[in-house]
Write a protein that binds this ligand. Structure first.
Ligand SMILES: [Zn+2]
Length: 259
C-alpha cells in the first residue's frame, strides 16, 4: 500500500544539497505521496516548484505564525492572489504559537482568522499548527464552525490531551501524528491515538523536524514516516497493512485527492 506523508517542509534549506534523493527515496517506484507544506509567501513559491518537479509531491500555501513578521506587510493579499493563480491543495501552515515568541500574539490571531476565511473562500482544507495555545485556538475554530459549518483540515503534529482531540474531532478535523508518538516517554499521546476513530487519523513527518525513533534528533525525511506508522499500528492493535490502507483513504479524503 502506498504511504502518504501529510506534512513535510521539503523547501527547508536542510535539503539544499540532496533534495532529489530525499524525494525520490520516498516516491520513486512507489505511489507514495507527500504534501510539501509552506510557511510563508516565498516558501509557498518554493513548494509549488518542488511539487511541479516531482510526481507524488503536492503543495500547500500559507503563512506560519512564527514567520509572519518575515513576510511582506501585504502578505495576506499576496497569498490570496497566489492561491487563485497556482491552486495549492491546502492552506497552511497556519495557527497559533505561544511557545516561541517570534510574532506578537494579537497579530498571530489576525493572520490565523484571515487565513481561515481565505480557506473558506477557496474551499481548501487548512493545516493547523497549535503550540501551547489550545485555549486560544479552539474557541476561534468553534466560532468559525458555528458560523460556517464543519471545518475541513488537519491538526498537524497533534500532541494535545484527549479532551483537545475530542474538540478537534467535533470540529470536523483530522488528527495527524508525527514522530513524537514513537518516543518512549509518550504513553499519554499513544493513549490519545488509541482512542481516536481510525477514519480520522493521519501520519506525517514534519520533516526536517521531529524525526521518529531510531532517528530522534537527526534530520527527518518523508521515508521515516514508516516508523511512525509502525508505532501507531502497535498502539491501535492492527496490522501495518490495515493501517496503511486506512491512512491512504483518510489522507486523500481530507486533501481532496483521488485514491
Ligand atoms: Zn510544519
Amino acid at each position: 500500500m502506498p504511504l502518504f506523508d501529510t506534512h513535510a517542509h521539503l523547501d527547508d534549506e536542510k535539503y539544499s544539497t540532496d533534495l532529489v534523493s530525499i524525494i525520490e527515496g520516498f516516491t520513486k517506484e512507489t505511489n507514495n505521496r507527500v504534501l510539501c507544506v509552506a510557511t510563508g509567501i516565498d516558501s509557498s513559491k518554493r513548494c509549488l516548484k518542488i511539487a511541479t518537479n516531482y510526481p507524488g509531491v503536492y503543495f500547500s500555501a500559507g503563512i506560519h505564525p512564527n514567520s509572519i513578521t518575515q513576510n511582506p506587510e501585504n502578505s495576506l493579499e499576496l497569498l490570496d492572489l497566489f492561491i487563485k493563480e497556482k491552486k495549492p491543495i491546502a492552506l497552511g501552515e497556519i495557527g497559533l504559537d505561544r511557545f516561541r515568541d517570534y510574532c506578537p500574539f494579537d497579530l498571530q490571531i489576525r493572520y490565523f482568522i484571515s487565513q481561515i476565511q481565505l480557506a473558506r473562500k477557496y474551499d481548501l482544507p487548512i493545516l493547523i499548527h497549535c503550540r501551547d495555545a489550545w485555549n486560544d485556538i479552539l474557541p476561534i475554530l468553534e466560532n468559525d464552525m458555528h458560523n460556517n459549518g464543519p471545518i475541513k483540515g488537519i491538526l498537524h503534529s497533534f500532541t494535545g490531551t484527549y479532551e483537545n482531540a475530542e474538540r478537534c474531532l467535533s470540529l470536523g478535523l483530522f488528527l495527524s501524528f508525527a514522530g513524537m508518538i514513537t518516543y518512549k516517554k509518550n504513553d499519554l499521546l499513544r493513549d490519545v491515538a488509541a482512542k481516536c476513530p481510525i477514519d480520522r487519523i493521519l501520519v506525517e513527518t514534519d520533516a526536517p523536524y521531529l524525526a521518529p525513533e531510531p532517528f530522534r534528533g537527526k534530520r527527518n525525511e518523508p521515508s521515516y514516516v514508516n516508523y511512525t506508522i509502525k508505532t501507531l499500528a502497535n498502539t491501535l492493535g492492527i496490522s501495518m497493512t490495515e493501517l496503511e490502507n486506512q491512512l491512504w483513504v483518510n489522507s486523500n479524503k481530507v486533501l481532496n485527492l483521488p485514491n
